[in-house]
Design a protein around this ligand. Structure first.
Ligand code: TYC
Length: 103
């Protein structure tokens, strides 16, 4: 065996390993006006979902009011929220996207 812990002990060095970063969930919110097809396309383009998964998330948001698109470190979550805002604004859709600490 040769674990990181054992190597640190043998070499008597400080533990330089990092804690995992805090994670944030990106959440899409429902509204009455954004077309379903637009939301599906956003989920495919911004969050890398396939057609089936994108449709599943869109319908969950449509029926339940909100839905998680993905869970990421802070900067990646913030960038994806901004990409959704820009795509929605470009087509004048009221689509809202937020990030919140993952539970
Ligand atoms: N409720 C919208 C409609 O009926 C569809 C929709 C789904 C809008 C998800 C936003 O995040 C959303 N056209």
């Amino acid at each position: 065996i040769n674990t990181d812990t054992q190597r640190d002990t043998v070499l008597d060095r400080q533990d330089t390993r990092l804690a995992p970063p805090p994670m944030y969930q990106v959440v899409l919110l429902n509204d009455d006006y954004t077309p379903m097809e637009f939301v599906v396309n956003v989920l495919r383009r911004v969050f890398g979902k396939n057609e089936d998964e994108a449709a599943r998330i869109m319908l969950k948001v449509h029926h339940e009011g909100r839905g998680v698109c993905g869970v990421y470190p802070r900067d990646i979550a913030a960038t994806r929220v901004e990409m959704v805002r820009q795509l929605a604004q470009a087509r004048q859709h009221p689509l809202q996207c937020i990030m919140e600490p993952a539970p």
